[in-house]
Design a protein around this ligand. Structure first.
Ligand code: SAM
Ligand code: TMP
Ligand code: ZN
Length: 408
């Protein structure tokens, strides 16, 4: 444990509570024909002693993570399509009722949320730095700006399109270490009575379920209601609503507004009380989370080594970014998990970052079925187990490690 750098939000002292050592970029899949040099960085997490924000100690240059060929496609999950259709419907019914209202989404990826907004004929703009996924959205008729959202982008959008009623980001704001520039951008672009809404993995769920694989280069901040309330106040906004979401293993959707412009929902106080009771921001809680990470690593490794010793085949399912931390921290390579099945075209035929497990199409999973499938995409368990029902019917078993190690 070391107390070194300053908090990226408030300048307070950071207290490190876990160090995963050198880790690869979680979405940098390796081309086996041109392996090149993989980029490694030190993955360590800390909490601020003042504003309580949990954050990485080192940030990776954004151009290394969010490249033209960024492989993650949001629309690969039908459950997430339903989630974002409902999100867009909520905005259309509540915040975007004026036919001239304007919504900006940063991290719009392949347009999974804005698709519904565009079909409803509302003014919208996606801001997405990765050209490949931005083009996929544009091909659906969605307006996208190929850029990083920050102060200068917001100023350009304001000049061209006017102010926005809603600024939205899903699984993106927590990826951005430079929140000061983003908040200045939101301040420039947001209407006086507009809302800035973002949803990201919830630190409360990560601690409760030991889902430590949520910690990787792209996830820079791990929000709680308390730390987001502090952050909002620090940058001149007010946290007016929170909603716990079941997606991606537990997220919270935070709604920020200009101070005094909206009546805060009682949910904010309710969550703050709950976090206090759970002692979520306290050192002993984070220390026991750290202990649980190593217990889970040891348990999973023992199980996989036993499978190998007994001659059982194990295949991974879902070449998630999360699985980079899991496989590299637990020492899981192709000797323990022979390949990973994944439906993302850009990941197929590659090797997983650092651990170099081959990634293949879901068709390979059935050819023939393995004895065990280690579900790296545990957040999509229902959808994947439904699709792959035949695997269980034929005697296959799923290995899950969230919320604890178990076989079903
Ligand atoms: N919103 C989608 C979802 O929830 O499925 C995509 C989430 S994906 C994990 C994160 C996205 O944020 C990537 O498409 C990435 O290119 C984008 N991103 C990262 N930094 C950004 C920034 N400063 N401005 C806009 N988008 C950014
Ligand atoms: P995520 O947990 O970051 O959303 O990543 C999920 C990964 O799992 C992504 O690479 C796509 C893959 N996947 C499948 O292969 N089949 C599926 O049915 C689903 C939902 C996801
Ligand atoms: Zn701080």
């Amino acid at each position: 444990m070391s107390d070194t750098l300053d908090c990226r939000i408030c300048g307070g002292t950071l207290h490190e509570f876990f160090d995963f050592g050198r880790q690869p970029l979680a979405d940098a899949f390796v081309d086996p024909n041109h392996p090149g040099q993989e980029y490694f960085h030190r993955l360590a997490v800390a909490q601020c002693g003042s504003c309580t924000m949990v954050q990485l100690l080192e940030d990776v240059p954004r151009e290394h993570m969010f490249r033209t060929d960024y492989p993650y496609l949001s629309s690969g999950s039908s459950a997430m399509q339903d989630h974002f259709r409902a999100t867009a419907g909520h905005f259309l019914d509540h915040e975007l009722r004026d036919p001239d209202s304007f919504v900006v989404e940063f991290g719009s990826n392949d347009g999974i949320m804005l698709d519904t907004v565009a079909r409803a004929g509302r003014r919208h703009l996606g801001v997405e730095p990765c050209a490949g996924v931005a083009e996929a959205a544009a091909a659906k008729g969605i307006r996208v700006r190929n850029a990083f959202f920050e102060e200068s982008t917001a100023a350009e959008i304001l000049a061209a399109e006017g102010r926005a009623k809603v600024i939205y980001a899903a699984n993106t704001f927590s990826h951005i270490s430079y929140v000061d520039s983003v908040f200045r951008g939101v301040d420039i672009l947001l209407d006086d009575d507009g809302v800035f809404v973002f949803e990201d993995p919830y630190m409360g769920d990560i601690v409760e379920r030991t889902s430590f694989d949520q910690i990787y280069d792209e996830h820079f901040y791990f929000f709680t209601v308390r730390s987001v309330q502090n952050m909002a106040a620090f940058y001149g906004f007010e946290l007016v609503d929170v909603e716990h979401l079941p997606v991606h293993g537990g997220e919270i959707r935070y709604t920020l507004a200009r101070p005094g412009s909206r009546t805060p929902s009682p949910e904010v106080a309710r969550f703050l009380d709950r976090e206090k009771i759970l002692r979520l921001a306290e050192r002993p809680t984070l220390e026991s989370f750290a202990t649980n990470i190593d217990l889970l690593r040891d348990g999973l490794r023992t199980l996989l080594v036993r499978c190998r010793a007994e001659g059982r085949s194990v295949v991974g399912y879902g070449a998630t970014a999360k699985s980079a931390t899991l496989t590299n921290y637990c020492g899981i390579g192709p000797d323990l998990v022979s390949f990973i099945a994944d439906n993302t075209p850009a990941k197929q035929g590659t090797l997983s970052p650092g651990s170099h497990i081959p990634v293949r199409s879901p068709e390979a999973f059935a050819d023939p079925y393995p004895d065990y499938a280690l579900l790296f995409a545990w957040n999509h368990a229902e959808e994947i187990m439904r699709k792959e029902a035949e695997f269980k019917r034929r005697g296959g078993r799923w290995i899950l490690y969230v919320p604890e190690l178990h076989i079903v």
